[in-house]
Design a binder for this molecule. Structure first.
Ligand SMILES: [Zn+2]
Length: 582
């Protein structure tokens, strides 16, 4: 039976409506109904399929219910806008969901366990898995010798969990044509070599996966759709209703991945709101190649799903990762003085960004090290404004005008700002520059919980303490959205809230939840998401209790007891069920 209206009563509805990104700013705005960054509260909400009709008291919402309405008593649960995940890798997440993750505490034990992952494989199939050395007693990447000993009879490709390095065994290296004679591509494809110049099997840089995976059989269309269906189920279980793929093409190439997205959307296998961010290096491989426009990319999708997909940003990389020592730092790594550096030199980066902006894209540029953040800000200052439609570039050195703050409850601005992805290693000067540039920061609190000790080893205590200063970013007025970069980390937004509150004693749960909802919607330019207000899309997450009623110390200790109980995307229940026993 289809219900005309659905009415949820008897809970706490955290609308995010009327909120500003910090509790202090929300209170200072003077509306007594807005106590913090989670905005106006209500006890009930009414929606008709994909649109929210009303938010208010139980009595007000029950007055709207008719005989064909479904009325659900929340019994004290909390309703929030569905979480927005503005930087993830859903295609890759679905693809790796069935793969082994070689992790654990002991490196030797982890490597000895790799052959176990071959059990269900055809005799000549590649073994593809991920590895996470951040918890190992000896955190050295596996080498080809390690893998040859473990699995000598089939090609093996292990991807570092960050995606910024891989290790291959001798068979895989041979199939991919990687040998002692193969030249490096500075910043992009770095073959680690032993004392006699032979590849150790470890390859770093943004092209490491692509160049070796190109030797594997490509996933079929059915495998692509199945990967996205798996990712959708995992995201929904974590309360996510909007997701951006922040590097379309990075696993199997742009055309096959766009086809998989189109197929999954048309089949209903991907019921979440979707933003696709093609990898710039994948749609325009060389610096001088013409950059296809958003309309060119949309043409790769079937007609009937094209308007379901946001195509606003291209993704590019200024540097790599701290865990793999490929991030670009102003001062040397503590544990490897000569490691790290740019993917492109500053002039080439600026030219790529200029060309992308001229083709109609906003840019989402990966920058983790402080030197990379500087280079990206310089490049943005010299590029045309996003979505200027190919207008004239701003005079070099002229900063873009600061973006107006986008409070919840107002519509996000048309079009979207340039973004910096990760923006991990900052100082006061860089925070001030970010604020002046009007750039959105898309940051990953769960990274800190995952790799904190590795970051301290790479950077030393002083610099590690400067990583991701969430409350300073918010206080400076920088639009700051939380994300996870899943599957680099497991990626549940509630895990991100815990990690953020553990890291930053100035941050509140309401502010962290604002960063997972309103701020993500602004980052994606999705003015239908992130806020529970009349007319918005029915994207909801139902939590076991009011997350703002839990002391921040309990969040920081992971003792909050808050769980996702149901997720509703565009009016469809995509995880759990609506209805609870007393
Ligand atoms: Zn990413």
């Amino acid at each position: 039976m289809t219900h005309h209206y659905t009415v949820l009563i008897g809970g706490t509805v955290l609308t995010m409506d009327g909120a500003l990104p910090t509790d202090a700013a929300s209170r200072a705005a003077g509306d007594p109904g807005v106590p913090d960054a989670a905005g106006r509260r209500a006890t009930a909400i009414c929606y008709a399929h994909e649109r929210i009709l009303a938010v208010g008291s139980d009595e007000e919402m029950l007055a709207l219910a008719g005989p064909d309405s479904m009325v659900v008593d929340l019994r004290g649960r909390a309703v929030l806008p569905g979480f927005v995940e503005p930087h993830a890798h859903p295609y890759w997440e679905g693809f790796v969901a069935g793969m082994a993750l070689v992790g654990g505490r002991e490196r030797r034990v982890a490597i000895r366990g790799i052959p176990g992952a071959t059990e269900h494989l055809d005799p000549d199939a590649w073994l593809v898995a991920r590895y996470d050395p951040t918890g190992w007693d000896r955190p050295d990447d596996p080498t080809r010798d390690d893998l040859d000993r473990a699995v000598p009879d089939r090609p093996v490709l292990l991807a570092h969990v960050s995606g910024h390095a891989v290790t291959a065994n001798s068979l895989a290296l041979a199939l991919a044509g990687v040998d002692a004679a193969m030249p490096d591509t500075p910043g992009r494809f770095l073959v680690e070599r032993d004392a006699v110049g032979e590849p150790t099997g470890i390859v770093r840089g943004p092209d490491a996966w692509d160049r070796i995976a190109a030797a594997m059989p490509a996933p079929t269309a059915a495998e692509g759709r199945a990967a996205l269906a798996r990712a959708a189920a995992r995201l929904a279980a974590d309360g996510v209703t909007s997701v951006a793929d922040a590097d379309v093409g990075s696993t199997s190439g742009v055309a096959p991945e766009m086809a998989a997205w189109g197929d999954a959307l048309a089949a209903g296998a991907m019921p979440l709101a979707v933003s696709l961010m093609p990898g710039l290096a994948r749609i325009a491989a060389n610096a001088g190649d013409p950059v296809p426009s958003p309309a060119d990319l949309a043409a790769l999708l079937p007609d009937d799903v094209r308007d379901q997909v946001r195509l606003t940003h291209v993704k590019l990389k200024a540097d790599g990762a701290l865990t793999t020592r490929t991030a670009w730092l102003r001062d040397p790594y503590d544990d490897a003085p000569h490691a790290g550096g740019p993917v492109h030199d500053s002039a080439a980066l600026a030219e790529r960004i200029r060309r992308a902006a001229a083709a109609g894209w906003a840019c989402a540029t990966h920058a983790i090290g402080d030197a990379a953040v500087v280079a990206v800000l310089d490049a943005y200052a010299a590029a045309p404004a996003p979505h200027a439609g190919g207008g004239t570039p701003a005079p070099s050195g002229t900063p873009a005008p600061p973006a107006a703050p986008a409070p919840a409850g107002t519509r996000a601005p048309a079009g979207t700002a340039h973004r910096i992805e990760h923006a991990m290693l900052l100082d006061d000067g860089l925070v001030a520059r970010l604020a002046a540039a009007g750039v959105t920061a898309v940051v990953q609190p769960e990274f800190l919980a995952w790799a904190g000790p590795t970051y301290r080893a790479r950077l030393g205590e002083e610099r590690a303490a400067r990583l991701l200063p969430f409350s300073a970013l918010l206080a400076a007025g920088i639009p700051t959205a939380f994300s996870s970069d899943r599957p680099v980390v497991p990626g549940a937004p509630l895990a991100g809230v815990r990690a953020a509150l553990r890291h930053d004693p100035q941050l509140s749960a309401a502010e962290a939840l604002h960063a997972w909802t309103v701020a993500g919607a602004v980052a994606l330019g999705d003015d239908d998401a992130g806020c529970l207000a009349v007319g918005r899309r029915t994207d909801l997450v139902i939590l076991s209790g009011d997350p703002t009623a839990v002391p921040r110390e309990a969040w920081a200790r992971g003792e909050d007891g808050i769980r996702v109980e149901a997720t509703v995307a565009a009016g469809h229940v995509v995880h759990g069920a609506l209805g609870w026993e007393r």
